[in-house]
Structures are given as C-alpha cells and as structure tokens.
Design a protein around this ligand. Structure first.
Ligand code: PGA
Length: 248
C-alpha cells in the first residue's frame, strides 16, 4: 500500500487526478469506478478543470458508481445519480450512456444488483476505483460487519451512516435506510484503487484501516489485501498513524 500525505483537500484532488490521468494515458477506453460524498468533490473539480483545459479526455471513458440509495428517483436531489450529474458528468465531455449508477428504484433490486456486477465483469473490470471512507470505516455502503467477499447487493445503513448523511436531508427521517452497493469483493476485483480521506474527524478511521487488523468491523481494512491501493490523505487525517509515509 502506498500512502501519500498532502496538505489539504485541494492537493488531495490534484494528487489523485495525477494518478488517474497517468493511468488513463495507457488505455483508449478507461473504466473508472466513482464515489460520492463530500470527499471526492476536490477530485471532480480537478477533473473538470483539466477537461476544460484540454488535458483530460472523457469521451471514451466508462464509469461505474459504487452505490445508490434505494427508493430515490435519479432526479431526486439527494440521489447519487443526481450528485454525479451535478458535480461531474454535466461538466465534462463524457457520454451519459457510458455512466452507470446502480438503479435504486429497480422493480427487482436483487436482479439489478447481479446485472450491475455482471456488466462490470463483462467489460473487463474497473481500471481505477475511487473511494472515500465513512467514519465507521465503510467503503461504498459496505457497513461494519459486511462480508469481505461480498458482491453488489442491498445493504441496510448503519445508525452512524444515517446520522452522518442526515446533513444532506431536511430531516434524519428522510435518509433512506437501505442502499445498493458494490461489495467489498467487487472492490477487491478492481485493478487499482485510490482512497481519499480528509479531516481530523477521520484520523481514527484511517489509523484503523491502515494499521489495524483486517476485520469486517472496519470494512476498509480489507484493502490491506488489495494488490494496488494508494491512500491520498490530508495531514490532519494522518495524525494517528505511526509508520513513516510519503509526504508531498
Ligand atoms: P464523506 O463520505 O466523503 O461525505 O465524508 C464518505 C463516505 O461515507 O464514504
């Protein structure tokens, strides 16, 4: 595992963009795994900036998002499809038909989860997966206790996640209690991962993920078994780490 410690969220977005853009140059049709939440916003800002400057081309890119709330229409302003359109897809030269977000209103959710997993496999797998991390160590919506071999499926959100995400909704009761998420096994199949984290409030989580035991109680710790993962984290998020890491 490579750990890069940067000054602030802006640097985090730039560094992660450098990693992904470097890899994009090697392939004509790049398969990118995407995440939502406040953390990847600096990454998407940088994507947009470089696309407008003609330095990054999304015209042949295919994307798969990690997760989506069950029950929210794609047009709902808190759905992850809406988030992706607003914060990235509407501002770069990507073809919407090449962007995939799990369908939270599918009639048969189980079947749509299997179909999502199959689509990723059939296209040859994800080249680079972007991840954030929840305060409870979740990646995607793989909450503590998730099977480390899990594939795309329905997950019930933890109390902590519901509280964390309540800030985006009018009231806590409006936060959906279930979501579709790629599994930890799905994430482990990706070729490369970049995990972003910022803020002092995530310092304990990052310590547990990087230097703690591999356990389903901290789902991100499973990445210790991934062949190619880079953590790009801010200084204030790295204060609890005890080993020596790269600082830029
Ligand atoms: P955040 O969420 O980026 O809004 O902190 C991260 C996550 O829950 O994965």
């Amino acid at each position: 595992m490579r750990v890069i410690i940067v000054k602030d969220p802006e640097e985090m977005g730039k560094k992660a963009t450098d990693l992904i853009a470097g890899e994009m140059k090697k392939k004509t049709s790049f398969i990118l795994g995407l995440a939502t939440g406040s953390t990847p916003l600096s990454l998407y800002k940088e994507f947009i900036k470089r696309n407008k400057a003609g330095e990054m081309d999304f015209s042949t890119m295919i994307t798969f998002n990690l997760d989506e709330y069950i029950g929210l229409e794609p047009t709902h302003n808190q759905s992850y499809r809406y988030f992706m359109n607003e914060n990235l897809f509407d501002h770069v030269n990507i073809l919407k038909k090449n962007t995939h977000v799990p369908n939270g209103i599918a009639e048969d959710i189980d079947a749509s989860c299997q179909e999502y997993e199959k689509m990723i496999d059939e296209i040859g797998g994800i080249d680079y997966q972007v991840l954030g991390i929840g305060g409870n160590g979740h990646i995607g919506f793989n909450e503590p206790g998730s099977s480390l071999g899990s594939l795309t499926r329905i997950k019930t959100l933890s109390t902590e996640t519901i509280s964390d995400n309540a800030r985006f909704f009018e009231k806590k009761e409006d936060v959906p209690t279930q979501a579709i998420t790629m599994g930890i096994g799905t994430i482990m199949k990706t070729k490369k991962v970049v995990l972003l984290a910022s803020g002092a409030n995530k310092a304990d989580t990052i310590k547990a993920a990087l230097e703690g035991p591999i356990t389903s109680m901290c789902p991100s710790s499973a990445l210790q078994l991934h062949r190619f993962v880079t953590y790009v984290i801010t200084e204030d998020c790295a204060t609890k780490l005890t080993l020596n890491y790269e600082t830029v």
